[in-house]
Design a protein around this ligand. Structure first.
Ligand SMILES: [Fe+2]
Ligand SMILES: [Fe+2]
Length: 139
């Protein structure tokens, strides 16, 4: 399969979704926190890559800059929701992933349908190469 920015980031989203399914299936088991930590780790790595390999390509005068600002705000919110869920998991009360799931899904769908495809147009060949190198390097 050809390695391009959308395909690699999409595969990463799939990993996050897999972790979430694993977690939901294991909420009542001894592995619940382990699954939660795996989900958090996978999301943090993904967001680190987006923020440091992709978003940094844009300057305030660029068309996509505003979008990256919005996506960054979403990332902060995602971590905030996860932080609350981590506490809930530890004290074993109010464990409900539905808000997280709907917020994350909206964020992910926007990236997949609008943001990642727009990179092809907004980044130069050289920039795409550099982003791709960073995405691969982080693994
Ligand atoms: Fe994101
Ligand atoms: Fe993403």
């Amino acid at each position: 399969m050809e390695q391009n920015i959308p395909s690699l980031m999409l595969a990463d989203h799939k990993k996050i979704e897999f972790c979430l399914v694993e977690l939901k299936n294991n909420l009542d088991s001894d592995d619940a926190l382990k699954c939660f930590n795996q989900l958090k780790w996978t999301i943090q790595k993904h967001m680190f890559t987006e923020e440091n390999a992709i978003f940094t390509m844009f300057n305030p005068q660029d068309e996509d800059f505003e979008t990256t600002e919005k996506l960054m705000k979403d990332h902060v919110k995602i971590l905030e929701i996860l932080g609350k869920l981590e506490v809930a998991m530890k004290i074993k009360t109010n464990i409900d992933f539905s808000y997280f799931e709907s917020f994350f899904t909206k964020h992910k769908d926007f990236e997949e349908e609008l943001f990642y495809p727009s990179l092809d147009r907004s980044l130069s060949k050289k920039q795409k190469k550099s982003v791709l190198r960073k995405i691969i390097e982080k693994v």
